[in-house]
Design a protein around this ligand. Structure first.
Ligand SMILES: CCCCCCCCCCCCCCCCCCCCC/C=C/C(=O)SCCNC(=O)CCNC(=O)[C@H](O)C(C)(C)COP(=O)(O)OP(=O)(O)OC[C@H]1O[C@@H](n2cnc3c(N)ncnc32)[C@H](O)[C@@H]1OP(=O)(O)O
Ligand SMILES: Cc1cc2nc3c(=O)[nH]c(=O)nc-3n(C[C@H](O)[C@H](O)[C@H](O)COP(=O)(O)OP(=O)(O)OC[C@H]3O[C@@H](n4cnc5c(N)ncnc54)[C@H](O)[C@@H]3O)c2cc1C
Length: 672
C-alpha cells in the first residue's frame, strides 16, 4: 500500500504507446490536414503555449470542477479579460482569436461579446454606426450582448413583445417591456457582465407595428457598472451546464434611447418618423445564420473531444476476459465497445468535412450579400438550419454514448465527459430549436420539390430533387460494392428523394382533400422532419465523400479516411435501416451486406483508432479529462484529481461535529 501515490508517471502508459506504434499512417500529416496546413498547426501550437504557460489556465479547471457558481463565473470573467488583453497585446486577428477560443474549449462569461454582439453590429449597423459602436466594442470600451429571446417567445420572432416606440418630438425610441412574458430571458452575458445590449424589439411608429428591429441600449453605468434608471437586469439561475455564463433577464421601463441607436443598415426611421426598408425582410436575422454555421464546427469539436477521451481510455482500461488463458484485454478489444465509440470517431471526421464545406458556402454567400445580392440567402438559411440541427443532435447523443462506454469513471466530473455533454446540450436549442430549424429546411425542400415537379431545373443542395426516380437501381450489386463511397452516397440521395417525395405527395393529397394548409402541414410534421433529416444526412455523407476525394495526401491517410467514411455511411444505413428499406434505396440483400461490412470495418479501424484521435491534437488542458490524457495514465490522474477536492481538505469534515457526532452520541445513549 505504501507505494500508492498520486504522482503522475513520466512515461506514456505502455498500452497507449503500443497503439501509437501500430498506426498505419502519419499522425502529424493528418493533424495538418485537420487544421488547414502546417503553418496553421504551428500557429495554434504557439497560441497554446502562450496561454498555458500561465498557471491560471490550469487553476481555472479546479474552480470549474469544485468552485461555487459565483466563483466559477468570476474565474470565467477573469479568463475572458485575460484573453481580451492578450488579444490586444498580440494584435490577434479574428481567426487567431477563434483559435484561442477553440483551445479554451469553454463557453466563457464574455464570449457572447465576440460571438454575437460584434457580428450583429457588423451585419446590422450602418457604416456611420459601425465607426462609433463597432470601434468601441472592438476596443472593449463597451461590453455587449444579443438580447432577442423573451420569457414567452424564443422561436416565434413575430411574437416578441418588447417595444421600441418612436417619439418624433424628442427623436428618441422609448423601450418597454409591457408584460411579464415580454422580459428578455436567456441572453448570455446579460445578467452581470454586459453594460450594453442589442435589444431586438418590435418597432412602433404612430401606433403602427413595423416588425422586429435591433436597438442598442445601455444597461449599466460606465463609471461603476450600476444598473441605469428604468432598467432591471439579473441572472436567470443555475443551469444543467455552461454555468460560467450569466444568462440573464432584462426588463425595460420607458428607457429612452437616441434615434441613432436603432441599427439601420436594413431599415431606417427618419427623424420625422418615416420608415424605409432595404433588402429582404429577413435581413435582420443575419447574425443567427452565422452562429448556426459555427454550431456545426462546435459539434465537430464536441464529438472529436468525446471520441478522444473514449478511445484513449478504452486503450488503457482492462476488464474481464476474452481469451481465458490470456490477461484481461483492453476494453477496446470488445466489438461492442468499438461499436459504441467508433461511430463518434467517424462522425468527427464527417462533421469536420461537412462544417468546412458549410463555412465555405457561408463565406461565399456572405460576400455576395455584402454586395447587395441576396439570391443565395434562402438556400443558405435552409442548409445551415438543417446542418445545425443534424450536427448538434448527433454529436450530443454520441458523446453521451461515449460517456456511458467509459463505465463508472465516465460518470465522474474528472472524466470530462459529463461536463462536455451538459455544455454541448444547448446547441440543440440555441439559435433556433432543432425541430423548428428542420421544419424550415423541410419547407424549403417542399417548395423546391414542387418546382422540380413543374419542370424547373434546380441547383444547389437540392438539385437532386430533379432526378427521375424510375432510373434508380441500387448501386450495390455485391458485397464488394458496399465499399464504393459513391454508391453509398447514391443510396443516401435516393432515400432522401423518396422521403421528400412521400411527404410532399401526402401534404398535397391532404390539401386537395380540402384540408386548410396549416392543418395539412401539422398533420405531416413528423414526416416533414424525417425528410429534413434524410436530406441533411445525405449532405453530410456527400460532403465527407467529396472531401476525402479532393484530399491531396499520402496513400495511408487517404486509405484510413476512406475506411472511416465508408463506416460512417454504412453505420447510418444500418441504424436507420427501416427508412432505407421503406424508401427502397436498398433491398434486404444489400442491407445484410452493408450490416456485415459495418461490423467488419470495426476491426479495420481498431488498429488506427488511437492515432485517429491523436490527430485532433487536443492539449490535455483543453480536454480537461483524467481519462483522456495524452499519456494514458488515467488511474494516476483520477487519484490526483481527488487532491483538489475541497471535501478532502480536512481529515474530519465539519459536518461531523455539527450533525454526525451529536447524532452518534444520541444513538449511543439511547436505550432502544
Ligand atoms: C463558445 C466556444 C466553443 C468552443 C468549442 C469547444 C467545444 C467543446 C466544449 C463544449 C462547449 C460547447 C458550447 C455549446 C454552445 C452553447 C451556447 C452557445 C452560445 C449561443 C448563444 C445563443 C444565442 C441565441 O440563441 S440568440 C436567439 C436565437 N433565436 C433564434 O434562432 C430564433 C429562431 N426563430 C427563427 O429564426 C424564426 O423565427 C423562424 C425561422 C423560426 C421563423 O421565422 P418567421 O419570421 O416566423 O418566418 P416564417 O414565416 O416561418 O418564414 C418567412 C420566410 O423567411 C425565411 N427565413 C426565416 N429565417 C430566415 C433567415 N435567417 N434567413 C433567411 N430567410 C429566413 C423562411 O424560410 C421563409 O421563407 P419563405 O418560405 O420563402 O417565405
Ligand atoms: C444556453 C442558452 C443560451 C442562450 N443564449 C441566448 C442569447 O444569447 N440570446 C438570445 O436572445 N437567446 C438565447 N437563448 C434562447 C434560445 O435562442 C431559445 O431558447 C431558442 O431559440 C428556442 O426557443 P424557445 O426556448 O422559445 O423554445 P420553444 O419554441 O418554446 O420550444 C419548445 C418546444 O416547442 C416546439 N415548437 C415551437 N415552435 C414550433 C413550431 N413552429 N413547430 C413545431 N414545434 C415547435 C419546439 O420544437 C420545442 O420542442 C439561449 C438559450 C440557451 C438554452
Amino acid at each position: 500500500m505504501s507505494e500508492i501515490t498520486s504522482s503522475i508517471p513520466l512515461q506514456i502508459n505502455p498500452d497507449l504507446q503500443e497503439e501509437r506504434d501500430k498506426a498505419s499512417f502519419n499522425v502529424t500529416e493528418l493533424t495538418h490536414i485537420i487544421y488547414g496546413g502546417i503553418e496553421k498547426t504551428k500557429k495554434r501550437k504557439r497560441l497554446e503555449k502562450l496561454l498555458f504557460s500561465d498557471p491560471f489556465f490550469q487553476e481555472y479547471q479546479n474552480v470549474r470542477a469544485f468552485g461555487s457558481r459565483s466563483e466559477y463565473y468570476a474565474a470565467s470573467v477573469k479568463k475572458s479579460t485575460k484573453i481580451f488583453k492578450l488579444r490586444r497585446q498580440h494584435k490577434w486577428t479574428d481567426e487567431e482569436y477563434e483559435t484561442v477560443l477553440d483551445i479554451c474549449h469553454d463557453d466563457l462569461a464574455l464570449t457572447l461579446h465576440h460571438t454575437m454582439f460584434i457580428p450583429a453590429l457588423e451585419r446590422l449597423a450602418t457604416e456611420d454606426q459601425k465607426s462609433k459602436w463597432l470601434t468601441l466594442a472592438k476596443q472593449y470600451k463597451i461590453i455587449g450582448t444579443y438580447a432577442q429571446t423573451e420569457l414567452g417567445h424564443g422561436t416565434y420572432l413575430q411574437g416578441l413583445e418588447t417595444t421600441a416606440t418612436y417619439d418624433p418630438q424628442t427623436r428618441e425610441f422609448v423601450m418597454n417591456t409591457p408584460t411579464l412574458s415580454a422580459m428578455k430571458w436567456w441572453p448570455g452575458s446579460l445578467g452581470k457582465s454586459s453594460n450594453h445590449a442589442l435589444v431586438l424589439a418590435t418597432l412602433i411608429i404612430s401606433g403602427k407595428k413595423y416588425g422586429m428591429h435591433p436597438f442598442l441600449v445601455q444597461l449599466r453605468s460606465m463609471d461603476d457598472h450600476k444598473v441605469l434608471p428604468g432598467v432591471r437586469v439579473g441572472d436567470i439561475g443555475a443551469k444543467m451546464g455552461g454555468n460560467s455564463v450569466d444568462n440573464g433577464y432584462l426588463i425595460l421601463d420607458n428607457v429612452r434611447i437616441p434615434r441613432n441607436n436603432m441599427l439601420m443598415k436594413n431599415a431606417q426611421v427618419s427623424p420625422d418618423g418615416k420608415f424605409v426598408t432595404r433588402g429582404p425582410s429577413k435581413a435582420n436575422y443575419a447574425t443567427m445564420m452565422l452562429i448556426r454555421v459555427q454550431i456545426c464546427t462546435m459539434a465537430y469539436q464536441v464529438v472529436s473531444s468525446g471520441a478522444t477521451i473514449g478511445i484513449r481510455y478504452s486503450a488503457v482500461r482492462r476488464q474481464s476476459k476474452l481469451d481465458p488463458q490470456d490477461r484481461e484485454p483492453k476494453i477496446l478489444e470488445y466489438q461492442t465497445q468499438q461499436y459504441k465509440i467508433f461511430p463518434g470517431l467517424a462522425m468527427s471526421y464527417a462533421f469536420l468535412f461537412a462544417s468546412r464545406s458549410l463555412t465555405r458556402k457561408y463565406e461565399e454567400a456572405f460576400a455576395e450579400i455584402q454586395r447587395g445580392d441576396f439570391k443565395s440567402l434562402p438556400e443558405l438559411h435552409c442548409l445551415s438550419s438543417g446542418l445545425k440541427s443534424f450536427c448538434s443532435e448527433h454529436s450530443v447523443r454520441q458523446v453521451e454514448i461515449i460517456r456511458q462506454s467509459c463505465g463508472g469513471h465516465g460518470y465522474l466530473n474528472a472524466a470530462g465527459l459529463g461536463m462536455l455533454v451538459n455544455a454541448a446540450a444547448p446547441m440543440i436549442t440555441v439559435e433556433g430549436e432543432n425541430t423548428v430549424m428542420y421544419l424550415q429546411l423541410a419547407r424549403y425542400i417542399l417548395k423546391r420539390f414542387a418546382g422540380a415537379m413543374s419542370g424547373q431545373q434546380l441547383d444547389g443542395s437540392t438539385s437532386y430533387l430533379s432526378m427521375d426516380p424510375a432510373t434508380y437501381v441500387c448501386p450495390v450489386m455485391s458485397e464488394t460494392d458496399c465499399r464504393n463511397l459513391t454508391a453509398l452516397c447514391d443510396i443516401y440521395r435516393y432515400r432522401s428523394y423518396m422521403t421528400v417525395c412521400r411527404v410532399a405527395r401526402q401534404v398535397q393529397h391532404d390539401m386537395e382533400s380540402d384540408m386548410p394548409q396549416h392543418v395539412a402541414i401539422n398533420k405531416n410534421l413528423v414526416d416533414l422532419v424525417r425528410a429534413a433529416k434524410a436530406h441533411s444526412y445525405y449532405i453530410v455523407v456527400k460532403d465527407f465523400v467529396e472531401g476525402v476525394d479532393a484530399l491531396v495526401a499520402s496513400a495511408p491517410v487517404i486509405k484510413v479516411l476512406r475506411t472511416l467514411c465508408c463506416f460512417y455511411a454504412a453505420h447510418g444505413i444500418a441504424e436507420y435501416s427501416g427508412d432505407f428499406l421503406e424508401s427502397e434505396a436498398v433491398g434486404l440483400h444489400q442491407l445484410k451486406w452493408i450490416k456485415n461490412l459495418q461490423v467488419s470495418l470495426l476491426g479495420e479501424i481498431r488498429p488506427d483508432a488511437v492515432a485517429l484521435v491523436d490527430a485532433f491534437d487536443y492539449h490535455d488542458i483543453t480536454l480537461s479529462s483524467a481519462l483522456g490524457c495524452y499519456d494514458g495514465n488515467a488511474y494516476e490522474r483520477l487519484f490526483k484529481s481527488t487532491e483538489n477536492d475541497p471535501m478532502n481538505k480536512e481529515e474530519v469534515h465539519p459536518s461531523y461535529y455539527q450533525y454526525l457526532k451529536p447524532f452518534m452520541e444520541e444513538m449511543n445513549k439511547s436505550k432502544l
